[in-house]
Design a protein around this ligand. Sequence first.
Ligand code: FO1
Length: 319
Amino acid sequence: MALNVGKVTLLCGGVGGAKLAYGLAQIIPPADLSIIVNTGDDFWHYGLRICPDVDTVLYTLAGIVNPATGWGLRDESHHVMDALRSRFGVDPWFQLGDADLATHLFRTDQLQQGATLTELTRHQARSLAVRATVLPMCDEEMPTVLDCADEGLLDFQTYFVRLRQEPKIRWIRYSNAAKAKLSPAVAKAIAEADVILIAPSNPWLSIAPILHVPGIQEAIRSRNVPKVAVSPIVAGKAIKGPAAQIMQQLGIPARASSVARYYSQWIDGFVFDQQDRDERQTLSSQEIQRSTTMDTLMINSAAKIRLAEEILTWVARWN
Ligand code: FO1
C-alpha cells in the first residue's frame, strides 16, 4: 500500500530503529523519506571511523544486513579479525566483518580527504542503491560517554559491547555537543517534514544524542506537523537492549509512559504497544495530546511494513 502523507522524517538509532525505517521505506516514495541517525555510538577502532547505527540503517534498507544480529553484513567472513587474534594475540571484542571493513576503510579515507560524514554517507547510500535520505545527526564527533558507578567514564562501545552493558550507569554525557552544529541537511529534513517520527530506539542511548545536537530541539518544536514517538518499552521490558535497565539505574520507572513523558516536550502523539493498554490510561492528554496502541514488535518484514502503515494511517486522520 502506498500512502500519501507527504514527507516523513524519522529519528532513529540502530537495529530497532532500522526496522521501522525499513517498513517506512516500503510504503513511501524514497524522495519523501529522511532518516536522521544517531552517531553518539561512533568511535575510532584500529584507526578506522566506525559508525554502527548509520551502517545498520543503510545495510537494513539495502536488504544486506545480517538477519541474525540486525547489524553487520549477511554472509560475512571474518578473516581479518581471525588473523588479528591468531597472529597478534589481539582480542577482537568488536567484530568487524571483512566486507564491513571496506565500509570503514572507505569512510575513514573520505574523512581524511576532507569529506563530511553527511557527504560520504550519501555516497555510501548511493553505492548500496538506498534511495531514502540517510543522514548522520551531525558532522562533528559527539560521542556518548557513560558515567558508571564502578568503572567511571566509559565510551559507548566499551560499555555496550566489551562490558556487555553490565556496568551500572550513574549518568550519561552527550559529549562535545557544544562543538556540534545542525547540518544543513538535517535542518532541511526537519523543516520540510510533514510528519516527524521517533523510532522505538533506546531513548537515552540512541534518541537523546540526536536531541542534544544544538538547535535540533527548537527545529522540531517549531514544526506544526504530527510528531509521533513509538515506545521501545513493552510490558516494562525493552524490545531489545538495555533501555529498561538504564531507566531503573537512572531512577526512572521502566514503563512506556515514562518514555512518553520524557518525549512530551517534542511530540504530540505516542504509540504504545498493544500489551500496554493499561499503561496508556495513565497518560493524560495534557501530557501528550494523542496516544494509541499498536502491535509494535516488528518480528518480520510484514510486521515492519504493517506498523509503518498503521502509524501513517493514524496521523493522516489527525487533520
Ligand atoms: N554489537 C555487538 O554486540 N558486538 C559486536 O562485535 C558488534 C560489532 C559491530 C560492528 C559493526 C557495526 O556496525 C555494529 C556492530 N555492533 C556490534 C552493533 C553495535 O555495537 C550496537 O548495536 C550499536 O552501536 C547500538 O545501536
